[in-house]
Design a binder for this molecule. Structure first.
Ligand SMILES: [Zn+2]
Length: 115
């Protein structure tokens, strides 16, 4: 399962960013998922909860931030956001485009419990 290994990577990132003492204080893991990343947010969340259940991270919840798919057209200069990820400019129909956002999968923020 793709999302399970992604959840394990995220767990690893969390472990690298907090000290051993802080691990049990993590309450929220904010993850950015781009519309074009191919990641199923609900599935990732479920996997994360499954692998953290019964560990120091038992109380940590994953919050997903959806990043829209945005393209910049190098021909007409338009920046467009589309529902369907495709590399075609919806303004001029050109294919000389670059992805501005939408392919990310990253841990944006860790929120720890207050002392
Ligand atoms: Zn264009």
């Amino acid at each position: 399962m793709h999302e399970l290994s992604l959840a394990q990577n995220i767990l690893e990132t969390v472990r690298q960013n907090v000290t051993a003492d802080e691990l049990s204080k993590v309450r929220e893991v904010v993850v950015e998922i781009g519309a074009f990343s191919g990641v199923v947010a609900e599935s990732l969340k479920f996997s994360f909860e499954a692998i953290t259940s019964g560990t120091e991270l038992n109380e940590a919840v994953m919050t997903i931030v959806d990043i829209p798919f945005c393209l910049k057209c190098n021909d007409c200069g338009s920046e467009t956001s589309t529902e369907i990820p495709m590399m075609l400019c919806s303004i001029c129909g050109g294919i000389n485009t670059q992805i501005l956002s939408g392919d990310e999968l990253r841990v944006k923020e860790l929120k720890l419990a207050e002392e």
